[in-house]
Design a binder for this molecule. Sequence first.
Ligand SMILES: N[C@@H](CCC(=O)N[C@@H](CS)C(=O)NCC(=O)O)C(=O)O
Length: 235
Amino acid sequence: MIKLHKYKPLWGLADPSPFAIKAMVLFKMAGVSYEEEFVDWEVAPRHKMPYVTTGNGEIIGDTSFIKNYLENEHSVDFTGGYDAKTLAIGFMAEKMCENHLYWIEISYRWGVAENFNKGPRHFFDDAPEAIREKIANEMFEKSKMARFAHGIGRFNYDEITEFGKQDVDALSNLLGDNNFILGNDICGFDAMVFAMLWGVSTDYFDSPLNDYVKSKTNLKNYLKRMKELYFPDFA
Ligand SMILES: N[C@@H](CCC(=O)N[C@@H](CS)C(=O)NCC(=O)O)C(=O)O
């Protein structure tokens, strides 16, 4: 059985990681069965999750390579029947989510003390009590450095929110009246777009983007539609 190594349902989401949700959607969309297993950070390629252990024990990290694996080894077609130009737009939407909107989400979760304390700080609850606080504080600082290196960390929160709203507007405009991100047929790019929008709009954290996503009727309906398809327990 194929194993998908991820975190666990948390904060009203199927996983705190949008990349893990993306991988779950890809498996569900592909109709390929898998088992979920908790991430082992000693094994995780590039120290990133999710990753997959295939039936023959091969470990595949990065959701792009997981998608390739499903396409190549399980003959899955994620194109939704769209032409190359339309798929190129989908690819760009996916990468905007992964490399821009993701960091905006991280900024709210890890950079706002109140959110960090009720959210990511608990990732370290299993650490020995004597060093738990120290580890959590170190990770708080590490995330700050990562956000600075990415570039997003050099902006204040009003500016970050402005960037986030631009991303959300772009997704809402791309979706338009369609059922799915590229049209009325679902495709592989819906996995990340959905995962990211779900992540930024969870009520668990305080973030101005949450309300902004919910103010867009088409995005609200899209989230509902995708949850009904793949995560009925959360719908
Ligand atoms: N490009 C990767 C990104 C995965 C990723 O950034 N995962 C985060 C969790 S959301 C992670 O594992 N971070 C741990 C770290 O950076 O040490 C993918 O598509 O799978």
